[in-house]
Write a protein that binds this ligand. Structure first.
Ligand SMILES: C[S@@+](CC[C@H](N)C(=O)[O-])C[C@H]1O[C@@H](n2cnc3c(N)ncnc32)[C@H](O)[C@@H]1O
Length: 439
């Protein structure tokens, strides 16, 4: 932590471990159980550097297993995590009411475990609401350094109003950190696709439709101050405190190439024509509207289409939101990691976008009801929702499933790996079958 500012909380210095199927326990650093190896069962073939992995278990434990395998050998390019926000509510599929010190240690430990596994050009996106975001940002400063802060993205998660609340909260916050710092990370992140709909052909230019921008630049530059005669015959100068965009010679060349546009029937100030290939992509804004990246309800509708026979998962995120994050933060073939899978949105979106992925979900019932069957449908080309059309996804690829048993506490019911194994054997999921599809 830089300077003298630090967030302190009870038991901050103690290891915190997943215990049983749903809880955590503080452990003394010399607890002998910490030296026991974790128990892992793999329901598929050996893990390779190209494997996608659905791990069933705690995210921290799964990283301990995976960091010694080939899966992480090329490093992680992007992390998106959407943990329980600590809203003090109980959802259908998971509890969300830890004491704040425990929630902070839980997050700090997972972020710190991810840190050495990141590539130089990696970024970490932590999705939260107002319950803990203010404290989480300080924790991220502590793990990655204040200089690693890139942005705090506001996502408009709903469009309906809650009339019972003091304020109808309709946003979440996604904290974006890049260990290399924003200036370096900016060089390797992707810009958003420009909006081709803004291109129009207002003068039947044979080169095709175009957009336009003012032919001016900020500041006073002597070589870029000259008279321009508009087609309507008036003489114009750059506005006060600005210059023309280029020198007079370049301006005359552009004019001869029909690259200068005078609006208002030839009486307006000159503008430069920009064809599709000349437009840079767009730097992402920090406010992301639901019209662009969807809402929680959009995500629920997609899940209901996939699984009409079961109560919908409470807090899914839309694939369009993940598409934007994964697009900005990674390229095809690179590894995207999510330690709180839920219904599997990150992995499903990453798969359709041809990224490699690792995702971890602790609740076996959630895996059986949503994560696993959803990912199977993606692989089999049977999911027509989300971003399928946008990225022309038709199926393919494969993934491995592994189960990590926590060191502390006992497992009950469906949380036992044998239950998962039994289900996998009896289901349509067949690793060999899926491997064949990849080949
Ligand atoms: C907010 S939901 C994630 C939703 C997900 N982004 C989606 O679109 O469906 C959080 C998920 O994290 C899981 N979870 C909670 N603690 C965990 C842990 N320690 N390790 C792995 N998963 C955990 C919960 O069971 C829950 O399914």
């Amino acid at each position: 932590m830089s300077g003298s500012v630090e967030l302190v909380w009870p038991n901050k210095g103690l290891p915190l471990h997943a215990s049983g199927a749903t809880s955590y326990t503080w452990v003394q650093p010399d607890d002998a159980a910490l030296r026991n190896p974790l128990r892992v069962e793999t329901f598929g073939s050996a893990l390779r550097s190209t494997s996608n992995v659905l791990a069933v278990g705690d995210g921290f434990d799964a990283l301990e297993i995976l960091r010694d395998t080939n899966v992480l050998s090329d490093g992680i390019r992007a992390v998106y995590i959407d943990p329980p926000f600590n809203t003090q509510k109980t959802f259908n599929h998971y509890g969300d009411s830890l004491a704040t010190p425990m929630w902070l240690s839980m997050m700090r430990d997972r972020l710190a475990a991810l840190r050495p596994l990141l590539r130089e050009d990696a970024s970490v996106w932590l999705h939260l609401d107002d319950s803990e975001v203010h404290r989480a940002r300080v924790v991220m400063d502590e793990v990655f350094g204040e200089a690693a802060f890139v942005a705090s993205v506001v996502w408009q998660k709903r469009t309906t109003r809650d009339s019972r609340a003091a304020f109808s909260s309709n946003h979440d916050t996604i904290l974006v950190y890049a260990p290399s710092g924003p200036r370096t990370w900016k060089l390797s992140r992707n810009l958003l696709a420009k909006d081709e709909a803004l291109l129009r052909n207002r003068d039947d230019d044979p080169r095709g439709p175009w957009s336009d921008a003012p032919f001016t630049a900020p500041g006073y530059r002597k070589a870029q101050q000259y008279d321009i005669v508009t087609p309507s015959g008036s003489i114009v100068q750059p506005p006060r405190g600005r210059s023309w965009y280029a020198t007079e010679k370049t301006y005359l060349d552009l004019l001869a190439e029909d690259r200068i546009w005078f609006p208002k029937g030839g009486a307006g100030m000159p503008r430069i024509k920009l064809f599709a290939h000349q437009l840079r992509g767009l730097v992402p804004f920090t406010v992301w509207g639901s019209a662009d990246v969807g809402t929680n309800d959009d995500a629920k509708r997609h899940l209901l289409e996939l699984f009409p026979d079961r109560p919908v998962f409470d807090t899914p995120k839309p694939e369009e939101l993940l598409e934007r994050i994964i697009h900005v933060a990674s390229n095809p073939g690179e590894l995207v990691v999510d330690l709180f899978a839920g219904s599997g949105t990150t992995a499903a979106t990453a798969h359709k976008m041809r990224r490699r992925w690792v995702t971890v979900e602790r609740n076996t019932q959630t895996v059986l009801d949503f994560t696993l069957p959803r990912l199977q449908r993606v692989v089999n080309g049977e999911d027509r929702g989300g971003i399928t059309g946008q990225v022309a996804w038709t199926g393919g690829g494969s993934f491995e499933v592994l189960h990590v048993t926590p060191r502390f506490g006992t497992l009950a019911g469906v949380h036992r790996p044998s239950v998962l194994g039994k289900w996998l054997k009896g289901s349509a999921f067949g690793t060999k079958e899926n491997q064949a599809r990849t080949a």
